[in-house]
Design a protein around this ligand. Structure first.
Ligand code: CA
Length: 487
């Protein structure tokens, strides 16, 4: 993806390495319970209909030189609804040119597609829907650097162009090359051009379910004289936002049921007016270090804020994790062949956090300007079924968040202290067939514990008594118990 100067907007937390015993996985998540109840899934048809299945035998793969940590996705028909996954797929990279591409892409719940690639490779949206009838397909609309299909009709640089300038008249250039676009100039000519493209190629009959409007920043790029008055001040921010609101209002009026998602790099701030017309936004580089912060709380607060701001339509929040962390450059991310333990931790934390709330979707790839992978992970095969309620804070330890699903438990531990969870799930079978012990969620990490089919009434059995939590946590901290992961 493209993300522009708004890099200041945000960033996210990181996933730590966990101990992985053969065959089992636990993902911990921290969640804020309050949000979920109010946020509807953007895709209500995704709801909770998958058939019950036996617990999956899964392991979390630690990466090393011989085990990249990802593999190609399956091609089978999709019935899974949780975890809910998003694939930001707009780059045409060699690793993305695979067989059965439509069926593989269809494994994600939400797929963001570059229409140039769809045309070039003759990808069929219909075939994707055949593999995954509930899939939501969004066209990638780059507002700050047209793809091939959108570039036709854009004036060349000159006195009558649509490119963004500073107050001194010089052009603004993004880190991906070319020019930034001026969304105000000539009666919003560029945005009207975008609207024509969308009507003609994206949102007609048989087309996409909606749009992912890339670089829909909450404010103008640094230094941009958006209102062309020769100075750069707060009036430029107002002009920028009003133009973006023009685009959103127009789209919402013409396509009232379309899914409209924007990417500002970081999620839009709570006071951003775009929420009034959109279904939600993306948090790119979540838990990474490219756009702002690595702390889980940044991710969590942004997720809650974004979902709480959507009303009168289905809400969604796209948590897009990637390997831009630990000061890794884009060039290094492009050639990375295996996930590091910290990548794995950040992956687990992001995935589990998305499971804490209705409406959140998770994806993981190479990151900014490199989005175009079909990375599939063992955890994606966990078929957790429907949530049995909202996430609960503190149930498995102070500061932690847990959420029950029909076929598993999600635990997020954003604290600095390991937490231990007694293996009391489905006592008739144990988790992964093992009984009588506990597993540990390390600090700033998460686990997903698959389990057999369960009913809501079973969930209280999983809770530890407060005293037990504290004792377990402390004993774990002293290393007196071995972490055990379960499948
Ligand atoms: Ca100005």
């Amino acid at each position: 993806m493209f993300t522009g100067p708004m890099g200041s907007l945000m960033t996210s937390p990181v996933i730590l390495p966990m101990r992985i015993e053969p065959l089992n996985v636990a993902v911990f998540m921290i969640v804020a319970a309050a949000l979920h109840s109010s946020a509807r899934s953007a895709f209500p048809s995704d709801a909770d209909t998958s058939p019950a299945r036996a617990p999956s035998a899964v392991h979390i793969q630690e990466s090393n030189a011989t085990a990249p940590g990802w593999r190609l996705p399956p091609t089978r028909p999709v019935t899974r609804v949780n975890p809910r996954l998003v694939n930001y797929f707009h780059m045409d990279l060699a690793e993305g040119r695979v067989d059965h591409k439509e069926r593989r892409l269809a494994q994600w719940n939400v797929v963001i597609l570059n229409h140039d690639i769809v045309l070039k490779e003759k990808l069929s949206l219909t075939r994707m829907r055949r593999t995954n009838p509930r899939i939501k397909l969004l066209a990638w609309i780059p507002l700050q650097g047209p793809n091939d299909g959108m570039s036709k009709g854009v004036p060349a640089p000159g006195d009558a162009d649509w490119y963004a300038r500073r107050a001194d008249g010089t052009y603004l250039a993004p880190h991906w090359g070319g020019h930034l676009m001026d969304v105000c100039i000539q009666g919003r000519a560029w945005l009207r051009h975008v609207l024509r493209y969308v009507r003609r190629h994206c949102l007609g009959p048989g087309g996409y379910d909606g749009l992912m409007l890339d670089c829909l920043w909450a404010a103008e790029p640094t230094g941009h004289d958006a209102n062309s008055d020769g100075v750069h001040d707060a009036r430029d921010t107002a002009a920028w936002r009003e133009s973006m609101l023009f685009l959103l209002r127009q789209l919402r009026a013409e396509f009232p049921d379309a899914i409209l998602v924007g990417n500002g790099g970081l999620p839009w701030p709570a006071d951003c007016p775009y929420y009034e017309y959109a279904n939600g936004c993306m948090h790119e580089n979540a838990l990474g270090d490219q756009f702002g912060g690595t702390e889980w709380l940044v991710l969590w607060n942004a997720c809650q804020t974004a979902l709480s701001r959507i009303s009168n339509r289905p809400a969604c929040h796209l948590i897009q994790g990637d390997i831009r962390a630990d000061r890794r450059t884009q060039a290094a991310a492009a050639r990375q062949r295996a996930l590091t333990p910290n990548d794995c931790r950040r992956f687990r934390l992001g995935l589990a956090t998305a499971l804490l709330v209705d409406g959140a979707y998770f994806g993981f790839d190479r990151g900014d300007c490199l989005h175009g992978q079909l990375w599939w992970f063992d955890q994606y095969d966990l078929d957790l079924g429907a949530p049995l309620g909202a996430c609960v804070e503190g149930r498995v330890g102070p500061g932690t968040f847990a959420r029950d699903f029909e076929r598993g438990l999600v635990v997020v531990n954003p604290t600095q202290t390991p937490v231990s969870i007694a293996d009391t799930l489905d006592s008739s079978r144990g988790i992964g067939g093992a009984k009588g012990s506990a597993f540990i969620v390390p600090p700033r990490d998460a686990r997903i514990l698959p389990a057999g089919p369960r009913k809501p009434a079973a969930s209280p059995r999983r809770s530890l008594r407060p005293g037990e939590r504290d004792r377990d946590s402390h004993s774990i901290g002293r290393g007196s118990r071995q972490a055990r992961t379960v499948a």
